[in-house]
Design a protein around this ligand. Structure first.
Ligand code: ADP
Ligand code: MG
Length: 694
């Protein structure tokens, strides 16, 4: 047996436990040692019963904790234990513990089974809270353990006790026990894979010490040092992996290299001049970066990040046009049919028949001849992955965070090392970018086209709902604007379930018959037939629908300039960045727009979060706020593909991310280090699949 043995061999462990461990991704001893506690419980060291007074134990490191909680640890022999039923049908287990200096009453609640474990004569150590109950001193036991010898050191009591999150029926106590014994047996096998110069430079403690002190800390200080070291590793490994992927991709070659002849430059300029608007400064820079990438013989892998409505589509279109001028097709992938349809309309308008555009959606039939003739093919992933496409130079993925890793992996079936442009409106904070998207080059569009008016946002107090509806009715009547009403998905997932469809349909009926009976309402959700969806979207675009009631799934990227109000129901269920995306559905024309948040959740923290949202239109500020307060998952939605869950590090720790970045670059610049068995082993132990197209 060794540190990397299969978890199946874990000694004295029930097969059900092994099974449960595997289910949460713990496959080896090493994996188990890397299951970190989420906090440490401080219990004082054992003391004699005669010395126990409701007073401070000065030996205790964490004096204040102790003072407040009156926690104590004692050990000795059980002289009596019995079960007492109380009037309200509960059970109390009462015991007496004796040591050389005196005796003490112990109390547990509703743990009847204890009587079969703890018997008169049992040696036991307990930690708990000292209390006066009906004039008698007693300890309400929080943690106990049986001892073989009164000189034994406790695992669950007396000292700094790690507390693990209880998953899949695995108790913290059980995990603690398993880890404790593993650690004892294999601690000497843990060696450090980080190069010594990095350990020195960033003043890290060594790995053996870190693993030991995260589970069984000598003191609080060493626990913090351990946390820091392990957090460093966690981010460092992700970054290194992502940098290696980037290097590997750089070594690939595109099939035919694109060029920028004078003729092509002229055509591009002319195209820009003929656009119905002037490109913003950031758009121009992004176009420049794209063209530069497209001319290289290594495949581009660039992320175009820009606020909702900042005009990413036209930037992608220019790249597609450049590819076209080089005799190459462009594939555009969008997450929903509605978006595909919209892209088609936009591109057709902007291109004025210069290029042949084809949409691949469920409803239309395509012949292979059409595909061969098309210069730009727009489709959802479901359809695009089904066919082969000749001569593809560029693939554009819109709203890339909606695509899973598997789908991205299939891209290589479409074309050999194509140029890849991914676009997102999600304001990904820099720390997250550096860690998870290190293999991408990034272009950013920070500014919105000039004539835009900032959307005003309000958190509507729960008793003002009717007033808000009244105000909306007036707005529609007098200003002929259009309204979105977004209903939440019940399970907060990325996909609509039948339950969600039912809920949104019910809400739609209420709104239509009771709230807005005089207006034209339509329902839109992902499970509708494509023809139906298309009809609703066309009507909404043409203004024959006043209010569109939908789930959040279908909205991504929709561009309706006359829509000036968006209502978001149960807004507390979204991350702020997601709310920001939804808000981006309005404020796209030249009229004042409004975003109204409804929420039944009156928790002050929640209300505060939503108020922060109403106070700024800066997506990055919002993403940073959620990153600090709720973690990275919030930024991308709760069930986001491809975002690894960080065990111990924190994306809001900017300083840490900078340092690990520097360290990863250092390793990358030294081939002997990258190829070292230590680093290789470490990389192999990372199971998380990063965003990667290859
Ligand atoms: P997003 O970045 O959210 O995908 P779109 O590409 O859909 O944004 O653009 C939003 C709207 O802004 C579209 O109607 C587009 O025609 C328009 N637009 C794009 N660039 C400009 C610009 N430079 N000036 C004015 N309007 C623009
Ligand atoms: Mg878009």
């Amino acid at each position: 047996m060794s540190l990397f043995s299969n978890i199946d061999f874990l000694p004295k462990t029930a097969s059900q436990t092994i099974h449960r461990l595997k289910k949460i991704g713990i496959l080896t001893y090493w994996d188990l040692l890397n299951y970190y506690p989420f906090r440490i419980q401080f219990y004082p060291k054992p003391q004699l019963i005669s010395k126990v007074v409701v007073q401070v134990n000065n030996e205790n490191l964490f004096t204040n904790e102790f003072k407040l909680s009156n926690q104590i640890t004692i050990r000795g022999e059980i002289t009596k234990i019995l079960n007492v039923s109380t009037k309200n049908g509960r059970h109390v287990q009462k015991a007496t513990l004796k040591d050389e200096s005196g005796q003490m009453n112990l109390i547990w609640f509703n743990q009847y089974y204890l009587l079969s474990l703890i018997k008169p004569g049992s040696l036991i150590q307990i930690s708990g809270k000292l209390d006066q109950i009906r004039g008698t001193r007693s300890v309400l036991v929080e943690s106990y353990e049986l001892l073989n010898n009164l000189s034994d050191v406790g695992i669950h009591t007396g000292g700094l006790i790690p507390v693990y999150s209880e998953k899949n029926g695995l108790s913290s106590r059980l995990i603690r026990e398993k880890i404790y014994h593993l650690l004892k047996a294999y601690i000497d096998e843990i060696y450090d894979y980080l190069p010594q110069e990095i350990i020195n430079k960033y003043q890290l403690i060594d790995l053996r010490h870190a693993i030991s002190n995260i589970h069984t800390p000598i003191d609080e200080h060493n626990f913090e040092l351990a946390k820091h070291r392990l957090a460093f590793d966690e981010i460092f490994i992700l970054q290194l992996k992502s940098k290696i992927q980037r290097e590997q991709r750089k070594r690939l070659k595109v099939k035919t290299q694109m060029v920028e002849t004078n003729e092509i430059i002229d055509k591009l300029n002319q195209f820009e001049e003929e656009l119905p608007f002037k490109l913003t400064h950031d758009q121009k820079i992004a176009v420049g970066e794209l063209v530069l990438d497209l001319k290289k013989n290594e495949p581009m892998n660039r992320l175009l990040q820009g606020e909702v409505g900042s005009g990413k589509t036209v930037v992608a279109l220019i790249a597609a046009y450049f590819s076209y001028l080089n005799g190459k097709k462009t594939l555009i992938l969008a997450p929903t049919e509605i978006l595909c349809q919209q892209h088609f309309t936009t591109l057709t308008k902007l291109l004025k028949n210069k290029l042949k555009i084809l949409t691949l959606t469920g409803s239309n039939k395509t012949k292979s001849g059409d595909i061969k003739d098309a210069d730009i093919i727009i489709g959802t992933t479901a359809l695009i992955f089904k066919k082969k496409y000749p001569n593809v130079g560029l693939i554009v993925i819109d709203e890339q965070h909606k695509f899973g890793v598997v789908q991205r992996a299939k891209l290589k079936n479409i074309a050999q090392h194509p140029h890849l442009l991914t676009m997102t409106a999600t304001p990904i904070p820099r720390t997250v970018l550096l860690t998870l998207y290190g293999q991408l080059d990034v272009s950013r569009i920070k500014e919105l086209p000039q004539e835009r008016i900032k959307t005003k946002s309000f958190l509507v107090p729960y008793d003002k709902r009717e007033k808000a509806y009244e105000w909306i009715r007036k707005k529609i009547t007098t200003e002929h604007i259009q309204v979105f009403i977004v209903c939440p998905l019940i399970d907060q997932s990325d996909v609509e379930t039948m339950k969600d469809i039912k809920a949104v349909s019910r809400e739609f009926e209420t709104l239509k018959t009771q709230v807005f009976p005089k207006f034209r309402l339509s329902l839109l959700h992902g499970k509708m037939k494509s023809a139906e969806k298309k009809r609703v979207m066309t009507e909404f675009t043409q203004g024959t629908i006043d209010i569109l009631v939908s789930t959040p799934v279908v909205e991504v990227g929709i561009d309706i300039p006359n829509a000036a109000i968006i209502i978001i129901e149960s807004s507390d269920r979204y991350g702020l960045a997601q709310l920001h995306q939804l808000r981006g559905r309005v404020g796209r024309g030249s009229i004042q727009s409004y975003c109204l948040l409804f929420s039944e959740n009156r928790n002050p923290t929640t209300q505060n979060r939503l108020k922060v949202f109403t106070s700024t239109v800066n997506g990055f500020e919002l993403a940073e706020y959620d990153l600090k307060n709720r973690g990275a998952g919030e930024i991308f939605g709760t069930k986001q593909h491809g975002i690894p869950h960080l065990k111990i590090a924190d994306f809001s720790d900017f300083d840490l991310v900078e340092k690990t970045q520097e360290a990863a670059d250092y390793v990358m610049s030294r081939p002997s280090l990258i190829k070292s068995p230590e680093i290789t082993k470490m990389l192999n132990n990372l199971s998380t699949d990063l965003y990667s197209q290859d």
